[in-house]
Design a protein around this ligand. Sequence first.
Ligand code: NAP
Ligand code: MG
Length: 404
Amino acid sequence: MEKIKMLTPLVEMDGDEMTRVLWKMIKDELINPFVDLKTEYYDLGLVERDKTLDQVTIDSALATKKYGVAVKCATITPNKQRVSEYNLKEMWKSPNGTIRSMLDGTVFRAPIIIDSIKPVVKNWNKPITIARHAYGDVYKDTEFRIDVPGKAELLFTSVDGKEERQTIYDFECAGVLQGLYNKDSSIESFAHSCFKYAIDTKQDLWFSTKDTISKKYDQTFKLKFQEIYDKYYKEEFEKLGITYFYTLIDDAVARVIRSEGGFIWALKNYDGDVMSDMVSTAFGSLAMMTSVLVSPDGKYEYEAAHGTVTRHYYKYLKGEETSTNPIATIYAWSGALKKRGELDDLPLLVSFSNKLEEACVKTLLSGKMTKDLVNLVSDNTKVAVLNSLDFIKEIRKNLELLLK
Ligand code: NAP
Ligand code: MG
C-alpha cells in the first residue's frame, strides 16, 4: 500500500516518562507504516524544556498558531521533587498552562465509549464532553485568614483614580476572605471556543452557572454566552439542528444524570474541574479520556487527558513488563490527523484516522486489552490482558485488515 500523503505539517509535541515510551510505539506501529508523516517536531520532555529554558514550549505553541493543529504527549509539570530528580534550573511552569494561555483556548474532554464498558450511569449511551473554562476564578484568587474582628471591604481603583468601595463583611470574630476575578475577553474566548466546537462536532451545547446567586459575576458569563450566540452562531446552530441551552447549574446536574449523553457541557473553571472528574469516573477510566484544546480562532491541540503514568514508568525502567493503556494517546493522534485531513481536504487521511479508531474499538471488543480495563468490562471471563506493545500490535493487525 502506498503511504498516505500529507500537505501541512502537524505540530508534534513529544513528552515524558511512560507516555513518551508509548508515543514512539504508536508512531512506529500505527502511524509511520501507513502515513507519510509530516510533522514539525518539538521535544517537550522535561530535559529539553530545561535545556532551552522552556523556549521549546513557547515555540511549539507558536507553531500551533501557525499551522493550526498539534498533537501532544503528556508532560511532567515539575514540582519540588522533580526539580531535584531532573536537576532542573527552575521549576518550569506546566506546559499545558503555557500553551493554553498562548492559544487562549478551552479544553474539551470526552470519553471513548465501547459497548463492553458500561458507564456507571446506565442511561449514558453517548459521550458527554466537558468544556472547562481554564482561566481565573478560584485558581487565581487572593485569600487570607482573618484572626481579629474588623471590616473587610472590596475596593476597586480605576486607572483615572476613581474608587469604588463595598463592605464585604464586618467581622465580629475570626474568619476567612477570598477575592476572585475574571476578564470579559477570556469569557468571550471561552464562549467562541464552545460554540465553534459544538458546530464542529454537531452536538448540542449546554452551559450552566450559579447566576441566581452570583448576580454580577456568573450573570456576566450567562449574558456573554447569550450575546455571542445570538450574534454569531444562532443561524449556523439552527441550520445544523443543534441547540444552545442555558440552565442553572443545579438543574444541569440533574438533567445530565438523567440524559443519554451526546452533548457538550460548558462549565466555569471550578465547576469544570469537579464535574469532569465526576463524568470521567462514571464513564470508566482516565485512560479512555481524550482532550482537545480549541482556541477561539480555531486552532486545535489534541492530547490524552491522563498524565505521564509515572508509576508504570519506574517499573518499565526496572525492566518489568507494563500494561499501560495507549488508547487516549492513539486517539490524540487520530484526532489530530483527522483534523489535518479535514482542513487540507485529504479524504484518505480522514478515513485512515477513522479506521485507526475503529481498529482500537475492534481490538477492545475482541477482549484484548490493557490491565486497567479488565475490571471495567461487563464480562471479563473472555479477556486477554496484554502489555502495551503487544496490545498496540493487535491494534495494528486490525488496522491492516480495515485498510485492505
Ligand atoms: P497519571 O499519569 O494520569 O497517572 C495516575 C494513575 O492513573 C496511574 O498511576 C495509573 O494508575 C492510572 N493511569 C493513568 N493513565 C493510565 C493509562 N494510560 N493506562 C493505565 N493506567 C493509567 O497522573 P499522576 O500520576 O498524577 O501524574 C504523573 C505525571 O503526569 C506528573 O508529573 C504530572 O505533572 C503529569 N501530568 C501531566 C498531564 C498532561 O500532560 N496533560 C496531566 C496530568 C498529569 P495505577 O498506577 O493504579 O495503574
Ligand atoms: Mg480535577
